[in-house]
Design a binder for this molecule. Structure first.
Ligand code: SF4
Length: 149
């Protein structure tokens, strides 16, 4: 059976990549990459609950893809960008816990080649409204004592 990660690779045409260039680092300084419910549950189970928070993803609404923001749990954004960004590196990289958008994102994506429907952020974000992930999201709700669905 196709995993969530494989589904996102198929829909976006992206491949796992690791790049430490200045442009990729700038993404981490701007805002946290998005994780699927599976990614976020793995982070909770690894002890990172205090670095996660409920958030409302509004980009899909801005593009007219969905009539409301999507509720999800993601890494906290600090004044310096993503809370997991330290000394120019992702704290989660070595332990294999980097969220899906970060694992598939690369600086070569340009505005002229951007198509929202195939975009990485949209395809990760909509996992939070996919009923196949309801069980995972309910476990996240219990573990973090908050309501997402
Ligand atoms: S989780 Fe890691 S890759 Fe994703 S934005 Fe934060 S520091 Fe960057």
């Amino acid at each position: 059976m196709e995993t969530t990660f494989q589904r996102i690779i198929r829909r976006t045409g992206r491949k796992p990549v690791s790049c430490k260039c200045r442009e990729c680092q700038q993404q981490c300084r701007t805002c946290p990459c998005l994780g699927t419910p599976d990614d976020i549950e793995r982070l909770i189970d690894a002890g990172y609950s205090d670095k996660l928070a409920l958030t409302y993803w509004c980009v899909g609404q801005m593009f007219g893809a969905i009539p409301h923001p999507i509720r999800m749990v993601q890494a906290i954004q600090t004044d310096g960008g993503c809370i997991f960004f330290r000394d120019g590196l992702c704290e989660l990289h070595e332990c294999g816990l980097k969220p899906t958008e970060g694992r598939l994102s690369h600086h070569t994506t340009r505005l002229e080649t951007f198509r929202f429907r195939n975009s990485l952020a949209w395809n990760v974000a909509k996992e939070w409204i996919d009923v196949r992930n309801d069980d995972t999201i309910q476990r996240i709700e219990t573990k973090l004592k908050l309501r997402i669905l």
